[in-house]
Design a protein around this ligand. Sequence first.
Ligand code: ADP
Ligand code: MG
Length: 273
Amino acid sequence: MRAATSTSVRDTLRSQLADLKMPGALEALDEILARVDSGTLHAAGAMDALLRAQITLRNNRRLQAAMRSSRLPAAKTLADFDFTFQPSIKREQIESLHTLVFVERKENLILLGPPGVGKTHLALSLAVAAAQSGRRVYYGTLADLITSLEEAQLAGHLTHRLKTLMFPALLVVDEIGYLPITRTGAMLFFQLIARRYERASTVLTSNKSFAEWGDVFGDEVMAAALIDRLVHHSHIVNIRGNSYRLKNRADLAQLMQPEPDRTRTRRPSRQEA
Ligand code: ADP
Ligand code: MG
């Protein structure tokens, strides 16, 4: 058993951490010193634990600020994502995206797949990671973003709104394909993507394949030009699997199967037909 850290050393450390405005480290100090005193933690480990406590606090504060200003609807994380449930997803690819190198390179990510397979979850966990790393992020559904652009255009502020949507290092455009879009809306969105192209990363999610985007945007030519810009420097994750929302509802999951499967498993009896 070593000699306990003296009160004066402890007080000096406390006032230094307070002076440096490191409340996370300050709060962790006593526990770290107790482990040092009992011999379970050595000098380098203690320094690591102290700095780590401060970094954790800073990252949580960044995330809280982002939750307010970036409109993130939930703080999903990669740790909460169950890869065993979704075998079509390559774990290494998703983990490597979470290092945020693609954000540094201003590349895009497009998450495609049916409802409930985790597209929004992964888009949000990337936005959370980016916010924690101190990057500016912003979240909107396609419908929300288009509404905000239309409102700005009506008020004569379109250029300003487009500039504002250029700032985030990571912009999430969620739910492409769920709601119909007007032609003007599609043109405004095209302007946004054209501006962000090669300047900042965008993560997009859609339940529709690229072949169906012409219908979504009401214009084949514009959809093709949009896809051209989006996929030029991009990562595409195509998720094929079951809805996590129906995970514990085998009864409902079966009803969601495509038509041919259902007819194969159960044919109407003569009396029913
Ligand atoms: P999508 O956007 O593809 O429709 P979501 O990402 O919204 O689906 O997922 C629906 C719900 O299920 C969310 O609460 C999400 O956190 C959860 N979820 C989806 N996939 C997984 C998974 N593989 N592991 C853990 N939670 C998941
Ligand atoms: Mg979604």
